[in-house]
Structures are given as C-alpha cells and as structure tokens.
Design a binder for this molecule. Structure first.
Ligand code: NAP
Length: 307
C-alpha cells in the first residue's frame, strides 16, 4: 500500500488510536503521525512504547500542519476538543472522528470546523473491552466495518481518500446517515451493552447472597456478559448520554419482548419460547455467514477457563 496522508494527528491515544497507528505504520499509509492525550501519564506511555512518531504536549502542536486529524476521544468531549483545535487547522485538512455516536458528535463538532476544512465523521465497528495506549493492535479493523457519515457538502474526493485509509487498514467501508447509524448501533451495540451491564450488576447483587458461586461456576453466557460489562466506563457513559433517544427506543422494545417471554415462561408456553429461540438462532448463523464472527465453539476461545 502506498502513503495516503503525509501528516496524521491522533487526538486521544487509547485503544482505537493506538490500533490505527500500528495499522497505518504497518502498511505505510501515513507519513508522520503526531499524537496527543490529555494526561502526561498516557503521553509518557506513548513515548515509551513508540506510539506516534511525535507525542505532543499540546493539542495545537499536534494538529498544526496535519492533513488528517482523527478525534479518538470519548464522545462527551469531542465538542470541547474540536473547539480547542479549530484555530490550528490548516486549509484543505480533513477532520474525522471514531466516536460510537454520530448525530450528537456532528452537532457538537461541526460548528468548530473552519471554512476550507473537511469534516467526515466515522465509526469503526471494532473494539475490545480493553482501553488505553497499550491496548491497541494493528489487526483490530481487519474485515470489520467502518461507517463513514459524510455531512452536508462533504467533498467526495476527501471522503474517497479517507475511505482508502480505512480500506488500507483492512476495514470494509460503508456510508450511512447519522440518524440511521445511531439507531442501528443502538440495536447492535448500545442496548446490548446496557443489558450486559445490568445482568452483571444483578449477578453481583446475587453474589452477596450466594457467596462466590456466581464467579466460580460462571458459565459461558454470564462470562460473555462480563466481558462486555468490563468495557470502559467513561466511553459507555458518554455513549448512552449522547445516543439517548435511539437507545431508549430500543430498550422500550426490549422490555416489551422480555415481558412477553416472561409471560410465556409463567404460562408454560413452550411453543412461543421455541419459535422465538429458533428465530434468534438464525440471526447468529447469518452473522457467521457474513464473516463477522467465528463458528468455533465457545467463540473460538478453546479450552475451559482456569479456576
Ligand atoms: P480509550 O482507550 O479509553 O482512550 C481514550 C483516549 O482519549 C485516552 O487517550 C484519553 O487520554 C483521551 N482523552 C479523554 N479525554 C480527553 C480530552 N478531554 N482531551 C484529550 N484527550 C482525551 O478509548 P477508545 O476505546 O480508544 O475510544 C475512543 C473513541 O472511540 C470513543 O469515542 C469511542 O466511542 C470510540 N470507539 C470505541 C470502541 C471500543 O470498543 N473501545 C469502538 C469503536 C469506537 P488519557 O489516557 O490521558 O485519559
């Protein structure tokens, strides 16, 4: 792959930014990559592990001269960060982000993008429950979707260039409007995270009654919930606060379905349960067929957990 951008600035140096850095460097997609994170601790870690060619102590220094600026901070601070970098952006540069919510980020960041600078919001549908500068790896985006959400008057050539960067990092790329993105993600990611947080919270309450059994005899269903519920608290607080309407809409539907299943259990309606579980099993199959997960037993983990 040949170089796509001469100078890239990564703002926020956590899981997503560090994965992008390693992927861009592996494939020679970017010339010089500068980086900035809020805390001196993260900046020191980045310097220690060679994350970014140049780690800067101010936002202005990091973005000055950059052709592509990638906002990789929690969605709740995207607006404030955009306001701070605004005076330093050079004409013709592109600002993008990787936030998990799009309408709110566009509303908060958009007004700070100066005339002559392109703004192309984005969202890689890839992640892990780990965070911070040491958690990234170059393969994170491979065969995973990245959604670009061009806003009004976005320059097609700038969008095509950003698309080729993501494709260079191994991602599949699609375009979607912001409102639709937020609803789709509420179903596929945000509501499931909230349900996982709740289930683990309930088990934690129960554990106070059952001593350590919840942990010791933890079966795959619960273990998968705990993995999701270990995700970064700041990131997820911000996701729910900024994708409020779509998440509440999906949670309303979820609650209705849960009540229907609860009634079927109470009434011994096995046909209802069986039909429902048959329908959901087909969805799992189609995710595997679409290449978005493994069919290996136990999600390909292999082996039984160590006590
Ligand atoms: P992360 O590992 O927690 O890293 C967040 C980074 O943002 C840290 O380097 C943090 O700096 C920095 N930061 C926080 N507030 C800041 C501020 N006010 N100014 C400058 N830097 C600030 O997070 P992540 O998982 O990479 O997530 C980053 C973004 O990607 C979020 O918007 C999230 O919604 C989105 N996303 C995440 C995933 C996922 O699965 N994790 C997937 C797709 C998209 P310090 O270390 O100094 O605090």
């Amino acid at each position: 792959m040949s170089q796509i951008y001469d100078r890239v600035a990564l703002i926020g140096l956590g899981l997503i930014a560090s994965s992008m850095f390693w992927a861009m460097k592996r494939d020679g997609l970017a010339g010089e990559v500068s980086g900035f994170a809020r805390s001196a601790e993260t900046r020191d870690t980045a310097r220690e592990i060679g994350l970014c060619d140049r780690v800067c102590d101010t936002l202005g220094e990091a973005v000055a001269d950059a052709d592509l600026i990638i906002l990789c901070v929690p969605v709740g601070v995207m607006g404030a960060v955009a306001a701070e970098i605004s005076p330093f952006l050079k004409k013709g540069a592109t600002v993008t982000d990787v936030g998990s919510v799009k309408s709110d980020v566009i509303a908060k960041v958009g007004p700070h993008i100066p005339e002559g600078v392109h703004f192309i919001p984005g969202h890689p549908l890839a992640g892990t429950e780990h965070s911070g500068p040491r958690s990234g790896f170059a393969e994170l985006f491979e065969n995973r979707w990245t959604l670009l959400v061009p806003v009004k008057d976005t320059d097609p050539a700038a969008t095509a260039k950003l698309r080729s960067l993501w494709e260079g990092m191994g991602a599949l790329v699609d375009e979607m409007d912001a409102e639709h993105h937020d609803l789709v993600l509420a179903v596929t990611s945000h509501a499931p995270h909230l349900i996982a947080y709740t289930m683990v919270g309930v088990a934690d309450d129960l554990q106070r009654v059952t001593d350590e059994e919840v942990i010791q005899y933890s079966a795959t269903g619960f273990r998968d919930f705990t993995r999701i519920a270990a995700s970064d608290p700041t990131m997820w607080r911000d996701v729910f606060l900024s994708n409020k309407d779509a998440t509440l809409e999906i949670l309303g539907r979820f609650t209705e379905e849960l009540f229907a299943l609860q009634r079927a259990i109470r009434q011994g309606d096995g046909d209802h349960l069986h039909a429902y579980f048959t329908r959901t099993r087909a969805i799992r199959r189609s995710i595997i067929e679409a290449g978005q997960d493994t069919a290996a037993p136990d999600f390909g983990r292999g082996g039984t957990p160590k006590r």
